[in-house]
Design a protein. Structure first.
Length: 265
């Protein structure tokens, strides 16, 4: 359903994907779109939610994830492939935005599969952290465009892209209601994706085809004010969706660890 403004941005995104390993300075992207750099940056951010070069860097980190799992290239060479001349800079940026080091991500398939199988056997999905305090609650429901059975990973992020650990996050065993408690005043973006029970670890380590959703507008939490009820729809991937950079097994492990702590209380 393409009801978004600035449909010409779709052509730019296709161009970025096709030339992701080439230098893509702002001037080149703006010229391709036929706009001045200032005007192009404004409409790109309005449409996608991210500045053009931040979006490019996000796609390159997604490519790095692919290369780590699908090739035998060294981590240094993978950094060079996506335009990072320094191994240290590549490692730092990857770790900040994916949540684990490149080396740990490359070696995470077995652990990811273990987390997923544990979730399949889990009988109690009650959140272990239902804080009751003066901070806000964000409640809502998650539905899906197509039939789905599996786990849903949902979180509140500081930017309109699922990278780094969410400020608040949880896992759901089915479509339906969700609730975040203890949400401090601030600006948040609601993001979610799904992992079907039939998937293999690599399918969610590289979540190119998982259902997903993101809030186009930020959720603003103000002191002593209620937050509107959120109704979100998981959809098939779209061209203008930002990549899912956060390592999903990291969220699975965090959820399982919290459940284990709760069971020992």
């Amino acid at each position: 359903m393409a009801t978004d403004k600035y449909p010409e941005i779709d052509a730019v995104i296709t161009y970025i994907h096709r030339n992701i390993y080439d230098p893509l300075p702002l001037a080149r992207l703006a010229a391709y779109a036929g706009y001045s750099p200032f005007h192009f940056t404004r409409i790109f951010k309005e449409r996608i939610g991210l500045p053009p070069l931040y979006y490019v860097s996000s796609l390159r980190l997604q490519k790095a994830k692919d290369l780590l799992l699908r090739t035998n290239l060294s981590i240094r060479d993978i950094g060079l492939e996506i335009g990072q001349q320094s191994l240290g800079t590549f490692t730092t940026r990857f770790t900040e935005r994916v949540g684990v080091t490149p080396s740990d991500f490359r070696n995470s398939t077995s652990q990811a599969d273990s987390h997923f199988r544990t979730l399949q056997r889990l009988s109690d999905w009650t959140s272990g952290h239902q804080l009751s305090n003066s901070y806000a609650r964000i409640e809502g429901t998650v539905q899906a465009e197509i039939p789905f059975e599996g786990v849903i990973l949902i979180g509140l992020f500081p930017k309109p892209i699922p990278e780094g650990l969410p400020l608040h996050g949880t896992l759901l065993s089915s479509l339906g209601e969700f609730c975040f408690t203890g949400v401090k005043p601030g600006t948040y973006y609601l993001m979610a994706t799904s992992v079907s029970w039939g998937m293999q670890a690599v399918d969610f380590l590289l979540p190119h085809n998982t259902l997903r959703t993101r809030s186009r507008e930020p959720i603003v939490v103000q002191p002593y004010s209620s937050v509107p009820y959120q109704q979100v729809m998981l959809h098939v991937p779209r061209l203008d969706d930002p990549p899912i950079l956060i390592s999903l097994p990291l969220l699975m492990n965090k959820f399982l660890s919290e459940r284990l702590q709760t069971s020992y209380r």
